[in-house]
Write a protein that binds this ligand. Sequence first.
Ligand SMILES: Nc1ncnc2c1ncn2[C@@H]1O[C@H](COP(=O)(O)OP(=O)(O)OP(=O)(O)O)[C@@H](O)[C@H]1O
Ligand SMILES: [Mg+2]
Length: 219
Amino acid sequence: MAEAAALQLRGIAKGYGMRRLADGLDLQVAAGQTVAILGPSGCGKSTLLKIVAGLEPADAGRLFFGEEDITAWPPERRGFALMFQDFALFPHLDVLDNVAFGLVEQRLSRRMARARAAELLRRFGLQAHTHRRVWTLSGGEQQRVALARALITQPRVLLLDEPFSALDAALKDTLRAEFRHHIAQAGMATLLVTHDEAEARAMAGEGWRLDQGRLLRAW
Ligand SMILES: Nc1ncnc2c1ncn2[C@@H]1O[C@H](COP(=O)(O)OP(=O)(O)OP(=O)(O)O)[C@@H](O)[C@H]1O
Ligand SMILES: [Mg+2]
């Protein structure tokens, strides 16, 4: 039996000016499943993730989480984690406070938030970097910090935008395995966008191509 969809896009449309980026997209992602969307630069991948996260409105269509219509929900009510293409870590905070941020924002005490963040840093092998400024870290270390930051609020949906772009091949393999493990363990519905087909295939059991606003099944 197919698993019930956690995340559902129904007829999502989006354009800027004359440019149609999404032209009535339907897609489903189950809990613990990773679905990949492939497409060239500028086709609308990041925009689509921002729509799912609630950071950009769609022109038409609806979003569901389980049975719930979340189309009009603001980002914080959705509780989805978006790992941005450029990580968007906070340069003025150290590693610990970058990871703790999501919990502080949810009004957990700073002490509790830091304790949970420290636990995640251990899990990701980042404890030695706890008090470093994020801009002194290597690309791979920053990527791990970004993932830890995304996971700390235990999101139901994980949105990954080119998560392994700036890394060497060996580190990509290691981090892909780590991500897959955490996604399965946490049961997150995960939507990954990338222009890198090998990466998409390594991460996702199901893949689509975003082609002139339409999704074509790739595998
Ligand atoms: N707020 C905006 N206003 C106008 N145009 C926008 C806006 N946001 C994105 N665009 C345009 O929409 C198109 C799709 O952008 P998007 O960032 O979604 O592409 P992408 O597929 O993620 O590309 P890349 O692989 O380079 O990251 C681009 O041409 C971009 O310039
Ligand atoms: Mg992008």
